[in-house]
Design a protein around this ligand. Structure first.
Ligand code: KIV
Ligand code: NA
Length: 270
């Protein structure tokens, strides 16, 4: 079983592997492959819910998907992403919303898109026993405020602010830090400055771990960011399967005899 403590203590030469998953069958595959951390990311808004940003994702959607992933996962650490406005507005609501992910959905930790407004919240959640993964750099819930999904921390002032915030979140008790879409040299500098592990996406090779979005890895999306890598063409595989099924129904090849003479137990109605 992967724990927050094991991740914190992991030697620097053993990279942490993390992938997103949003459903039970995918989580089971990712877990059995030995990935360390499964993130139920709010990227599900784009990846599986058909939205064009993460903003519309609700707490109930995250809760339901996190529970499905947790049911299918034996070894990996399951981290639930806190969706837009489910944290940082009111402290009591933030704690209740994050706590539900552990108490009801069986997550092991939560992730918060971090900023000056999440330092004290990270401290409070950690004190209560809710482990927090911080997230700096490109924080997609800020897309409207940022005016797009550009790389962050690209000028010296922004880089300095990011480093300070990383230190503040470590000091507040975060057990790890995601760095998204920042220059590789900044990610390396932050990784050097912190004791807790950094996990990069579009942040170069020098973080303590890497994370990608599962639908990008599997080639299920029409579009994926340039910093991700496609390891399979599931879109092609699924298109071929669906097309073959359609053709076989249309030309009468399916169902064949073997699919038609299925004996069923009277008690076993399906
Ligand atoms: O929602 C997500 O998938 C994420 C990762 C890209 C870190 O936040
Ligand atoms: Na996210």
């Amino acid at each position: 079983m992967v724990t927050t403590r094991e991740l914190r203590e992991r030697p620097a030469d053993e990279p942490i592997t993390m992938l997103t998953a949003y459903d039970a069958p995918t989580a089971e595959i990712v877990d059995e492959a030995g990935i360390d951390v499964i993130l139920v990311g709010d990227s599900m808004g784009n990846a599986v819910l058909g939205h064009d940003s993460t903003l519309p994702v609700t707490l109930e959607e995250m809760h339901s998907r996190t529970a499905a992933v947790a049911r299918a996962t034996d070894d990996a650490l399951v981290v639930a992403d806190m969706p837009f406005l489910s944290f940082g507005v009111d402290e009591a609501d933030s704690i209740e919303n994050a706590g539900r992910m552990l108490k009801e959905a069986d997550a092991d930790a939560v992730k918060l898109e971090s900023g000056p407004h999440t330092v004290e919240l990270t401290r409070r959640l950690t004190q209560l026993g809710i482990p927090v993964m911080a997230h700096l750099g490109l924080t997609p819930q800020h897309v409207n405020e940022l005016g797009g999904y550009q790389r962050q921390g690209t000028d010296p002032d922004a880089a300095e602010r990011l480093l300070e915030l990383a230190r503040d979140h470590e000091e507040a008790g975060a057990f790890s830090l995601v760095l998204e879409h920042v220059p590789a040299n900044l990610a390396a500098q932050v990784t050097d400055a912190l004791d807790i592990p950094t996990i990069g996406i579009g942040a170069g090779p020098d973080t303590d771990g890497q994370v990608l979005v599962i639908t990008d890895v599997l080639g299920l999306d029409e579009w994926s960011p340039p910093f991700s890598k496609q390891y399979a063409d599931l879109r092609g595989v699924v298109t071929d399967a669906v097309t073959a099924y359609k053709e076989e129904v249309e030309n009468g090849d399916f169902p064949a005899d073997e699919h038609s003479h299925v004996e069923s137990d009277v008690d076993d109605v399906y």
